[in-house]
Design a binder for this molecule. Sequence first.
Ligand code: ZN
Length: 314
Amino acid sequence: MQRVNGLHHITAIAGPAQENLDFYAGVLGMRLVKRSVNQDDPGTYHLFYADAAGHPGTDLTFFPWSHLAPPRLGHGMATEVSLEVAPGSLEYWGERLEKHGTALQPVEQRFGDTVLPLADPHGLKLALVDPARGVSRPFTAWDGSPVPAARQVRGLYGAQIWERDPAVTVTFLTTALGFRELANENGTARYGFDDVAGVVDVRAMAGPRGAWGVGSVHHLAWRVDDEAYQLAVRSQVEAAGGHATDVIDRFWFKSVYFKEPGGVLFEIATDGPGFAADEDAAHLGESLVLPPWLASHRAEIERALPVLTDPRPT
Ligand code: ZN
């Protein structure tokens, strides 16, 4: 079996794009590595925040769909995104976030990790994690960040998903995608890998089915080396009863989408070619990048999108 290699990116739904930029680039200090549009809804931005190099596993992306209502948190959705920070830096982050008016919760321990839970300006639940057990991850500090290199967000740590029937999801994670159980604590089971970053914490949740809205996670994307590897994992998904899309070319990576049995939208995405495929690596994210079939509509797309100015940490 081919396993996935941890998290590739996570995509969430935001409110107004400028506020999203101000928080993720201006306060969290991540680099805007791609400024594009939703390929299915080109009147909406697709904003990608990552480390300086845009490494797979560091990338948190947003669709600013501010017309949507808040989400209904419930089963069948991912409900929290966690980001890894450098060991010993949660005190720095607590002070910085408080200074910028971010809603913080008390620091807590989870699976031996020290965790600072918070909400972004549009209600997305985040957690900054000082991990007990480090796994090696590619990370390049961004010298344009307002956050010192030693304190910067290192990349995606994981996500929490809520499930009506966790056993079915867990079987799928292990048999179709190659996850293994890492730990179990207070009714939450942690699945992931020994050597690559990206865990999923599975919680049983009765009650209503969740529904997307501003401040919810849209999908979780898992890494695969290349297209051949991707097709092998796609076959495993189909063999496990999943319904996967064909391969879709996202230019910076190739993507296949499917829902895990509990309803959370997953993607498997290739590591390459990466964000420098269509932009100079030194100027990632500075101008609007469009897929080729939208290039002739650039003027009207730009007119419809809100103008973004440099991040202003509020
Ligand atoms: Zn994606």
